[in-house]
Design a protein around this ligand. Structure first.
Ligand code: GLU
Length: 445
């Protein structure tokens, strides 16, 4: 890194000493920015880097709630409003025991550049809680969501900050959160949350969007060499919203998807994942992938293992951060993987990314390839403002166009800066420039 960028990074390390994921996300972006900082001195003169790594606002709050036994429980809630240069803060809420301020800051930081890449006028933010919805009753989840929103409502708004889902926050949670917001505000502000149910302001294809978009992005990457997903063997990690719709879309493109996973273990299904069965187990029974393998004759379950040792042409990590380390990357490469496109946020460690680069594996970072989720959230906001509901085909066509545009922008930027095929540089530089130029025009704030 050049000296000026290194100094900015050192300040971030000093200010945020116990937030490894945040430091990792910042470092990855800063490392890409050397050529753009060198060619645009006004960015340095106006301290754009120093400002862009510091969230505009960080909110931490107590979330007390009562469980089914009548015991009072206390969780911690977060909302990090990272950057509003391009529009209202936008980004999901994550409910997972691993959530802490550093995790939310890394996600918020990634979101700033991801949202800029969509070209839709949305700033970046993220929030969540260390609450674990697993094993909780619907009523417990409701009471938690109501308590969470009782504090969060004062910080969000249609034109201020628009949360959505992430890990542990799906349609059920968004419903409870919206109900409480509406009650407190006495106002049906549909566009204050996205990922809503269809009948009260949700968008068709929003559930599908992150997984579909990731696969559309992978298809474009292969398309640069006249190739496609047709006939490819694909491994997917995870079994939640992003993973299941990535599997669906990859299958629709003619690929065979042979894996899925959860935090307990991995499934290898030589015949290809039976999505109907997987959905029944995950969504209806709220079960585990082990249950899938038990019911599926062609599937094997590997307790405590991940999917990265399964031979494949294409890998789509759709679970969580840092799920592919250098060892996993070596396995993937040894088995001949040609492409990695991230459906999750920051699933590859820096060492894994370096290994892809050395081996010439095509690699798309999540902030580019998983942007379809938030892009469709912005389409949901548009529909809410216009009091319209677009058809599934219309939303999917817009989503595809956005993913193709992000792909082409990343590729063109990488080419312009002398790193052809480097989607990391392409995504970081083009996202950064959009935010930085808006910050310049809006003065020091
Ligand atoms: N949590 C998703 C993401 O990581 C979606 C955010 C949104 O729709 O606002 O981009």
């Amino acid at each position: 890194m050049d000296q000026r960028i290194e100094r900015v990074y050192e300040t971030v390390v000093t200010r945020n000493p116990v937030e490894p994921e945040f430091l990792q996300a910042v470092r990855e972006v800063l490392e890409s920015l050397e050529p753009v900082i060198a060619s645009r001195p006004e960015y340095s003169d106006m301290a754009i880097l120093e400002r862009i790594v510091e969230p505009e606002r960080q909110i931490i709050f107590r979330v007390p709630w009562v469980d089914d036994e009548g015991h009072v429980r206390v969780n911690r809630g977060f909302r990090v409003q990272f950057n509003s240069a391009l529009g209202p803060y936008k980004g999901g809420l994550r409910f997972h025991p691993s959530v802490n301020l550093g995790i939310i800051k890394f996600l918020g930081f990634e979101q700033v550049f991801k949202n800029a890449l969509t070209g839709q006028g949305i700033g970046g933010g993220k929030g969540g809680s260390d609450f674990d919805p697993h094993g909780k009753s619907d009523m417990e989840v409701m009471r938690f969501c109501q308590s969470f929103m009782t504090e969060l409502h004062r910080h969000i708004g249609l034109n201020t900050d628009v949360p959505a889902g992430d890990i542990g926050v799906g349609g059920r949670e968004i419903g409870f959160l919206f109900g409480q917001y509406k009650r407190i505000q006495n106002s049906f502000d549909a566009g204050v949350l996205t990922g809503k149910s269809l009948s009260w302001g949700g968008s068709l294809a929003r559930p599908e969007a992150t997984g579909y978009g990731t696969v559309r992005f992978a298809q474009s990457m292969l398309g640069t060499e006249g190739d496609s997903l047709e006939g490819k063997t694909v491994i997917v990690s995870g079994s939640g919203n992003v993973a299941t719709f990535a599997i669906e879309r990859a299958q629709a493109y003619g690929a065979t998807v042979v894996s899925c996973s959860d935090s307990s273990g991995a499934v290898y299904d030589s015949a290809g994942i039976d999505l109907e069965l997987l959905r029944q187990i995950k969504e209806v029974d709220r079960g585990r992938v082990a249950d899938y393998a038990a019911l599926r004759p062609t599937a094997q379950y590997h307790s405590g293992k991940n999917v990265w040792s399964i031979p494949a042409d294409v890998a789509l990590p759709c679970a969580t951060q840092n799920e592919i380390n250098d060892h996993d990357a070596a396995r993937l490469i040894g088995n001949g993987v040609k492409l990695v496109a991230e459906g999750a946020n920051m699933p590859s460690t820096p060492e894994a990314i370096e290994a892809y680069r050395e081996a010439g594996v095509k690699y798309a970072p999540g902030k580019a390839s998983n942007a379809g989720g938030v892009a469709t959230s912005a389409l949901e906001m548009q529909q809410n403002s216009a009091r319209q509901q677009w058809s599934f085909e219309d939303v999917c066509a817009k989503l595809d166009a956005i993913m193709i545009d992000i792909h082409d922008t990343c590729l063109a930027t990488a080419e312009n800066f002398g790193h052809p095929g480097d989607y990391v540089l392409g995504a970081n530089v083009s996202g950064f420039q959009r935010v930085a130029d808006a910050m310049l025009e809006q003065g020091v704030n």
